[in-house]
Design a protein around this ligand. Structure first.
Ligand SMILES: [Zn+2]
Length: 262
């Protein structure tokens, strides 16, 4: 797990590996060390988690925890780009560990075969500097949001369906809104019918890459303290237009109200 004792410098090999980051004034050696010291937790190793994990690992996030209780099926290979045909039947988290380890041997990988719920979340998200919600269930999304809101852990959530995608960032600084401000739970609860489960809906494969990569980008910006204010971006895969909207806290949001009392 997270090794906070890692040295505050980069090795010679890391300087070569991350040289294109070191050239950037927005990252540089100071920023790369921040990424090396960071612990990011990714919930869901599917269509969004695959590209997000690839880019986070390649970028040199020092500790990556990733959580999924599913096994790889043939229909996953259309979009879940971490996996190959020889991974069929294997645990997603375990297969992801093998692939990511072959990409970057300078980082710590912590796969968890499990499900995020009220009983497991504190254990699974312990020590996270940033959380990526790449799950495909409203129930899981609200559990993650509540935990991150209460513990002020920056959260980046993504969603994609058909040719439409969304990516949301909540930095939980000051009066930051939360996922539940944007999607009140009572409305969404009625929407999660079996017919709308991601297993039975279509999604255009590269859309997951666009949204998942944006989640990784936002996580890095949050870790480098260069995050924009909390916002939601809507991406249209038909027109290629993206509309980004700043978010404000909903005064009626029960999640934010609970956190205020606490
Ligand atoms: Zn809220």
């Amino acid at each position: 797990m997270l090794d906070r004792s890692q040295p505050l410098t980069l090795t010679d090999k890391e300087r070569i590996r991350y040289s294109r980051h070191l050239f950037l004034p927005e990252v540089g050696e100071t920023g790369q060390v921040l990424l090396k010291r960071a612990h990011v937790v990714v919930v869901g190793c599917g269509g969004l988690g695959s590209p997000a994990l690839f880019y986070l690992a390649a970028s040199g996030i020092g500790t990556l925890t990733f959580i999924d209780d599913d096994e790889i099926e043939l229909s996953n290979l259309q979009r879940q780009i971490l996996y190959k045909i020889n991974h069929l039947g294997q645990s997603k988290a375990k297969a992801a560990e093998k692939v990511l380890a072959s990409l970057n041997n300078h980082i710590t990988l912590a796969p968890i075969v499990g499900k995020v719920n009220n009983d497991t979340i504190a254990r699974y998200l312990q020590g996270a500097d940033c959380v990526l919600d790449c799950s495909d269930s409203f129930t899981t999304r609200y559990v993650i949001n509540r935990y991150c809101q209460a513990n002020r852990i920056p959260l980046v959530a993504g969603a994609a369906q058909g040719l439409q995608g969304q990516v949301m960032a909540f930095d939980f600084r000051g009066d930051s809104p939360c996922y539940e401000c944007l999607f009140p739970q009572d409305l969404s609860a009625n929407n999660e019918t079996p017919a709308q489960n991601c297993d039975t809906l279509g999604v255009l494969s590269p859309l997951l890459g666009i949204i998942g990569a944006q989640q990784a980008l936002l996580a890095i910006k949050l870790l480098l303290k260069q995050a924009p204010l909390s916002h939601v971006a809507f991406f249209d895969g038909m027109t290629l237009l993206q509309n980004t909207i700043s978010l404000k806290r909903d005064s009626d949001c029960p999640c934010c109200a609970a956190s205020k009392k606490g």
